[in-house]
Write a protein that binds this ligand. Structure first.
Ligand SMILES: Cc1cc2nc3c(=O)[nH]c(=O)nc-3n(C[C@H](O)[C@H](O)[C@H](O)COP(=O)(O)OP(=O)(O)OC[C@H]3O[C@@H](n4cnc5c(N)ncnc54)[C@H](O)[C@@H]3O)c2cc1C
Length: 450
């Protein structure tokens, strides 16, 4: 029986599910999988995106770990595709590659003032509070009044992490430096702005409800936002999720406020116009009031409003990054593909190259969606056997020799087990779930201690 030597680049949920699915698929060949990951630890945004106070979602790591622990996948962590290993290398050692590199950058928000000091992308803040090794340890939390732009779950994560009292995060896996930073934050008011109405938000009821459960934080809503048009009423009547969101918001509107030391304000029908500044620093936010356009969208009213703020976070979406030698759609931030089979600029199939997860279809959808994604990609990979590469060095040892020759200090699955145990041990000693190791060199050193 022939053996498919498969490289997967990116050990987030998409890459791990793809490995799992091909191992279990009915096929006329054996498969040997090497999973390359630029970080010393696997799991992508489950470890470095999902908020630390979402332990249930973080728990998906257990299922992903079971896949890695089958012993049928080799993990090469701390190996960056494009620098440590190239497309030419992969062609020499494998029959095919799947890119599952996700999306880690913030999408742009092109309004004046967005580059002022005190204006941040949500992705950077998320990386900081989740202990990503490649962002600075310190995060400037000096603002009392903060704006968060966006009406998706990431905007709610950012708003919640800013408004929540730091001691309420202590039982989670929050890194020590993050706890210290948040504990010193003088924040009193977090304002979340969405362009459309409460019946058109992108966040989900569970994540919304959590905001109202924050200790010592009042939810502030504005009655003018709840004068629903026919399209909004129809959305509430026909969509269970919108109905639940409306119910949650209605309950909050009836709540007494005024006693809490922090407030979380939800502003709807607010289109960002400008970040205002003084001496190069954020000093305010200007938006245009919008109104329903009768068809489920909104239109501008021309009425401008302003609020003093000292920091602003844009949570308007993530964006994929291009990979060396691989076609890239600059507009959508994805690898162009047909059901996971990568296509060149002329729409022709690129033999042996596949994509899955957020880099395949854009940064939308939950972790579970990456599973169905992977099924589609694997189906195409299996059917595309005739166009796989014919590698010069298909043996499993040769890629290890290559990394060694280049002096790349990679981490492997045993290394991840070491790091995992170490972090859990640090957590246990402090009465916490886990304490993440943040610096990359320390992650590598702990992983590779034998
Ligand atoms: C802030 C935030 C919160 C979220 N919360 C939830 C939630 O609560 N529930 C939920 O279901 N979903 C949540 N999601 C969505 C979920 O994280 C994604 O659906 C999922 O992680 C996408 O998987 P992926 O494998 O495509 O990408 P990723 O998880 O991003 O994994 C990609 C991996 O590829 C690696 N990589 C990138 N470039 C290279 C390279 N050049 N060489 C080697 N490796 C590389 C990265 O380091 C990363 O490990 C959240 C997302 C964000 C951003």
């Amino acid at each position: 029986m022939t053996t498919l030597r498969l490289a997967i680049v990116g050990a987030g949920p998409a890459g791990i599910y793809a490995a799992d699915i091909i191992l279990k698929a009915e096929k006329q060949f054996d498969v040997s999988i090497d999973l390359f990951e630029q970080l010393p630890a696997p799991y992508g945004l489950v470890r470095y995106g999902v908020a630390p106070d979402h332990p249930r979602i973080k728990g998906i790591i257990t299922a992903l770990r079971e896949v890695l622990d089958t012993g049928r996948i080799r993990l090469f962590g701390n190996v960056l595709y494009g620098r440590d290993i190239t497309l030419d290398d992969l062609k020499k050692h494998y029959n095919a590659v799947i890119f599952s590199t996700g999306a880690v950058r913030d999408a742009d928000l092109a309004i004046p003032g967005i580059d002022l000091d005190g204006s941040y992308g949500a992705a950077d803040f998320v990386s900081w509070f989740d202990g990503h090794p490649d962002v600075p340890r310190e995060w400037p939390l000096e603002a009392r009044e903060v704006a968060v732009i966006g009406n998706g779950n990431v905007a709610l994560d950012v708003a919640r992490m800013l408004a929540k009292h730091a001691e309420d995060l202590l039982p989670t896996e929050i890194p020590d430096n993050v706890h210290a930073g948040l504990a010193a934050s003088p924040v009193t008011d977090v304002h979340v702005f969405g362009r459309r109405g409460p019946a058109q938000v992108k966040f989900t009821p569970l994540e919304l409800r959590e905001l109202g459960e924050l200790r010592d934080v009042d939810m502030i809503l504005h009655e003018e936002d709840f004068d629903y048009d026919e399209a909004s009423k129809a959305a509430i009547a026909s969509n269970k999720q919108v109905l639940v969101i409306d119910r949650v918001l209605t309950q909050w509107r009836a709540r007494e406020t005024g006693a809490a030391s922090r407030r979380l304000h939800l502003h709807f029908y607010a289109k960002p116009v400008e970040v205002l500044g003084e001496n190069g620093k954020v000093s305010g936010f200007r938006w245009e009031r919008t109104r329903p356009d009768g068809a489920g969208g909104v239109e501008g009213t021309g009425e401008m409003r302003e609020l003093p703020i000292q920091a602003i976070y844009r949570a308007v979406g993530y964006f994929g990054s291009p990979l060396d030698g691989i076609p890239f759609d600059e507009k959508r931030g994805v690898i162009p593909n047909r059901e996971g089979q990568v296509l060149d600029d002329d729409g022709h199939e690129v033999p042996g190259v596949y994509a899955t997860g957020w880099i395949k279809r854009g940064p939308v959808g939950l972790i579970g969606h990456t599973k169905s994604d992977a099924m589609e990609t694997i189906r195409n990979l299996i059917n595309g056997q005739a166009s796989w590469w014919a590698p010069e060095h298909p043996d499993e040892q040769s890629v290890i020799d290559l990394l060694a020759e280049r002096g790349i200090e990679y981490t492997d699955l045993d290394g991840w087990h070491n790091l995992d145990q170490h972090e859990l041990g640090l957590g246990e000693a402090a009465g916490r779930t886990r304490i993440k190791v943040v610096p990359r060199d320390e992650m590598v050193a702990v992983s590779n201690k034998r």
